[in-house]
Design a protein around this ligand. Structure first.
Ligand code: HEC
Length: 123
């Protein structure tokens, strides 16, 4: 009798274990994978800078120490000298940006990085 209870309990526990829901990422694959392949200046980078940086670095904003990132031409200077990406990466090679804020998420930084690697064209 005792053995039967142990076997039944064993089967029950084994059964419960197989119901454990640990495959959610396989059943529902992440649909929001980071797309770094189709990045452009106008469609991607300008928007990223617009929503995260140009509050200080755009237009007549005075909080960005005179550094303007709201046009392709002005942003290019900081792309070429490496400071745009380094400031986003918080790698100690440039002042960490956004100033006083948290580092941008990896996907956003990867998009900018990908655009730069592809030649940082005005596309
Ligand atoms: C709250 C205002 C503010 C925001 C938002 C901001 N910056 Fe800045 N940024 C500054 C100021 C002030 C300086 C000059 C002082 C310094 O370097 O820390 C600066 C400097 C820089 C520099 C020159 C850094 C260096 O070491 O020479 C770069 C490049 C830059 N910012 C890029 C960015 C980018 C890219 C973003 C958005 C991801 C951003 N900033 C967001 C205020 C800001």
């Amino acid at each position: 009798m005792k053995t039967l209870i142990i076997i039944t309990a064993g089967i029950f526990l084994f059964g419960m274990n197989s119901c454990f829901y640990d495959k959610a990422d396989l059943i529902y694959p992440q649909t929001t994978a980071c797309d770094t392949a189709t990045v452009t200046y106008s469609g991607t980078v300008a928007k990223i800078l617009g929503s995260n940086c140009n509050g200080c670095h755009g237009g007549a904003a005075a909080a960005g120490a005179g550094i303007k990132l709201d046009t392709y031409a002005t942003a290019s200077t900081y792309v070429t000298n490496g400071r745009l990406l380094n400031s986003m990466l918080h790698n100690g090679q440039a002042s960490p940006m956004p100033k006083g804020g948290t580092k941008l998420d990896a996907c956003t930084i990867n998009k900018v990085s990908s655009w730069i690697k592809k030649g940082a064209t005005n596309n």
